[in-house]
Design a protein around this ligand. Structure first.
Ligand SMILES: Cc1ncc(COP(=O)(O)O)c(C=O)c1O
Length: 404
């Protein structure tokens, strides 16, 4: 991939205050690409009015907003009416839990995995207060992986929904969602997938995955601070609308009580502008294969660095990698703990070496418990995306050598 071209699309790389610093906290929020910033600027300067009225600025605002679900739907391989924008994934799961709660009764059950960020955990577990049988799909206590054999005994005719992450923001394993979907659908339940930590590495084919509800956050995927909800047709029967009564049939609003954030929805188009341009720059034409080609292109760019870092971390005997060490199943989200130092101390030392990395529990506190780890002591998380360079990986390794 043409890394110079890629990095020119992200103003952060030419910003003096960030110069010389290597960014490894992408799982918390990625850099924003220029097309998103351009769309924000145009929206705020030229279109910052109530959309969908007759005057030109309002028409342009509405048209730009309407484009977003259409363009995301293409990459996600779903229908435009199945793509909704809400304030964040945490807020979206909160609303979805209210929507499902209205449709469940005490003889119903749901399954939630123990690998989740709290956004996809607490809201489901709280339904136990309404008499719902909430079953936890456990993780392997040593490496944090989810095994399909752990799910099978939890599935029966009572289960209405299974909530699982596509990729944990701590363990970093890309879970086999298509296989999980087959099991879940075989028992008559629906599958909700948290794609927040997967999507920065390529928007997936949601239809092929088989998820009935698929969630991600655009601020971790080069764009504005929002959450996207893909709600497939099959999931509608499990969800009571959560909007004003006269918006129940409005595909953009029925599950968004907050109402859309106009500028953010419009600016989200910039992510797709970037993906389209990235593919075109590398010789791709605007054909039906573009979404999958782009997903593969991002994965190919990241893969060698995933291998390098996993080899490095696995070879050290003073730190413990969380999650699998096999690069084939791993996203570039590599977390570890040290016996010697709490994570925050390592984070501070890395910052002094020009490394921006995460330290903490990343709202996956329950997962720390399941792994017998102390959430307060935290883990160091190294997370990167396709724009990360080999020079930055080498910078990181030198810094780790000196601080550990
Ligand atoms: C895996 C995962 N799921 C969900 C969330 C919550 O997303 P949001 O910040 O949009 O609420 C995060 C945020 O860090 C996350 O990493």
């Amino acid at each position: 991939m043409d890394l110079d071209y890629i990095r020119r699309q992200f103003p952060a790389f030419s910003t003096a205050s960030l110069n010389g610093q290597a960014f490894f906290e992408n799982a918390g929020g990625s850099y924003m690409c220029q097309p998103v910033i351009d769309r924000f600027q145009r929206y705020f300067e030229q279109r910052k009015v109530q959309p969908y009225y007759a005057f030109a600025a309002s028409q342009e605002a509405g048209a730009e907003m309407d484009l977003a679900p259409i363009r995301f739907a293409r990459y996600l391989n779903v229908a435009p009416d199945e793509v909704l924008f809400g304030p964040s994934t945490s807020q979206n799961t909160y609303v979805l839990a209210q929507a499902i709660r209205a449709r469940l009764s005490p003889q119903d059950a749901l399954v939630v995995s123990a690998q989740e960020h709290e956004a996809n955990s607490g809201v489901w577990r709280k339904l136990a207060q309404d008499g719902i049988d909430v079953r936890v799909w456990p993780v392997d206590p040593v490496d944090g992986r989810l095994h399909l054999t752990g799910l099978a005994p939890l599935l029966d005719a009572q289960v209405r929904l299974v909530a699982v992450t596509h990729c944990s923001n701590l363990v970093g394993e890309i879970n086999p969602i298509a296989k999980i979907a087959t099991m879940v659908h075989g028992s008559g339940a629906l599958l909700l997938v948290d794609g927040v930590s997967y999507c920065p590495h390529g928007l997936p084919d949601v239809a092929a995955l088989g998820a009935d509800i698929y969630l991600f956050s655009t601020y971790k995927t080069f764009g504005p601070h929002q959450g996207v909800m893909v709600i497939r047709e099959a999931a509608r029967k499990l969800l009571a609308p959560q909007a004003h009564y006269f918006n129940h049939d409005n595909p953009a609003k029925w599950m968004v009580p907050a109402g859309p954030d106009h500028a953010q929805v419009a600016a989200a188009n910039g992510i797709i502008d970037y993906f389209d341009a990235l593919d075109a720059h590398h010789g791709g034409s605007d054909d039906a294969d573009r979404p999958r080609r782009l997903e593969q292109m991002l994965r190919n760019a990241e893969f060698p660095h995933i291998k390098t870092l996993l080899t490095y971390v696995s070879a050290r005997n003073d730190i413990r990698l969380i999650g699998p060490s096999d690069p084939d199943v791993k996203a570039p989200t590599i977390s570890f703990i040290s016996e010697k130092y709490p994570a925050t101390e390592i984070g501070h030392r890395l910052a002094k070496q020009g490394i921006m990395a995460g330290a903490g529990h990343y709202y996956a506190a329950r997962l720390f418990g399941a792994l017998g780890l102390d959430a307060d002591r935290g883990a160091v998380r190294i997370s990167f995306v396709h724009y990360t360079s080999e020079a930055e990986i080498n910078h990181l390794i030198r810094a780790l050598d000196s601080v550990l």
